[in-house]
Ligand binder design. Sequence first.
Ligand code: ZN
Length: 318
Amino acid sequence: MFQYRGDLYLPDGDLWIDPHEPKRFAFISHAHGDHIERHEQSITSYATARILEHRLGPQNLIRLEWGEEHELAPGVVVRLHPAGHILGSAQLEVVQRGRRLVYSGDFRLKPSVTAEPAPVVPCDILVMECTYGRPHYRFPPREEVIPRLVEEIRGLLEEGRTPVMLAYTLGRSQELLKLLESYEFDIALAPPIHSMVRVYESLGVTFGKYRQARPGQTDGAVVFVPPHASKSRIVKRAKDPVTIAATGWAVDGEKGVPYPTDRSFPLSDHADFDELKEYVERSGAREVYTVHGFDEFHKHLRDSGVRAHPAEVRVAVR
Ligand SMILES: [Zn+2]
């Protein structure tokens, strides 16, 4: 049903799946930078279409509602289901000759406060991400992590310092902003984050109070900047800034985070090890192919009796 030609490909529908270079026809699972390209035509969810066009300008898109059927070719039907990773993120279900393939894209099963809840989609073949596919990546419940983060922020503010949340422009920032809503901090957002929050609002997500951050005007505020902007003027001119990362890699402490940070908290928009295994079990998949993650994850699945391989092995196999 699918091949791996440097990227995932459905030959019978002539559809590329999250390809990393421009193609004639592609499925875009969500609008994170490593997944978007200017293809001749793409299939996306409505929310992803909105975010994608905010980032790239007008595109030739087939927008699908959740669960809406779309025929790629005679006998090849696709549907989208929420993936729970960021707003609009989608799983792709393909039905062909009575067999069902699901591509999870980046996903998270536990509830998000800004992304649509993700179902487990029953299937025969599952192609899944496994970003956190090592057993020690088990994330503590958010009900424990958020109060610790809030306590940290309050402590820094009381010391007259500036907490600087390092959060990706799309997804992480909006989720954190929403998670901190009830604590009524003065929240100042770097301009790209601010404009993406506006896009989320246009898609129906509501937020508490926030403002756009301006250099030198952040005393007493919690500042949000993208990780690559930790040396920007907003941060340099903040009073005694302390950077804080909220990411799954924080399970390994500050050293595990792929960018410099002073503090770190384990909050992720990806499935952890247990959720990855849970998806495999509940989907009933007889074959599993892994992408984007630790190579060893497929071995953990094999140990529990699942036929699992890295997707790369599926070169030109029908
Ligand atoms: Zn992503």
